[in-house]
Unconditional design. Sequence first.
Length: 310
Amino acid sequence: MSYELITMGRVGVDLYPDQIGVTLDRVERFNRYLGGTATNVAVAAARYGHRSAVITKVGDDAFGAYVRRALEEFGVDPGFVTTHPELRTPIVFCEVHPPDHFPILFYRQPAAPDVTLTTEELPLDEIHRARIFWTTGTGLSVEPSRTATLAALDAAEGTVVHDLDYRPSLWADPAEAGQWQREALRRATVAVGNLEECSVAVGDGSPAEMARRLFELGVEVAIVKQGPEGVTAFIGDREVHAAPVVVDVVNGLGAGDAFGGALCHGLLEGWDWEEIIPFANAAGAFVAAQLACADAMPTEPEVRELMANA
């Protein structure tokens, strides 16, 4: 069986408060959701009807079982989710302070199972055959997942999307982040990141200047998210810009992954970039208006409706 999309990277179980504007020390009730960039993107693509799988690793615990069951229920193949015999499946807490403050508290110590992935555990033949292979910056933060991520990128034959996904707290040495992000980008077709993430990878500058440096690494398309200024895709000499879609923000943490899943949908459907970027931008806004991440990923009609009413 070949896949339209295979993602690889961080997984987690999100425990998000159902109380808005309350600090964690005062939260009384939490909701449980599937989380993690790689899993969220795979779920988003599955919602659009694509054959998706995720490569990650969980603990030998109840949360690990939950991750596998949730993926299957969302239509994502969990067959490449392996198990660490001792480490625990990560959990993630956040505070919800709309419109733009969502502090995250990661429980990934002493290490998360997903960063213990080794090259020997990878389905390299399936990665080679996948139409899109998606990686994230977190997988580069420590060994052995750093070497495994680069090996997976080398095996990919289809479109390779690298989500910079820079989380400083997950790097043992944040100063190394730029070096290893550039190694991944040299193997990528499409780069996706916000202004801070692009700056870490290729240095400060305007979105156009950062895109030019990404091109010098071999990337064909550079997508730079600019917060309230929207998002711009640079394709050679072309620029495709989408302004923000105005919604009542509840939780912005899943917006980037919704963007990623919609991006993959557009690429798999063969859309032009002038259609992909506004659609992905609207998908991100759709999820920002909800509390959950994976559970909130939209269908295409839901995104189209939001675009029509925006």
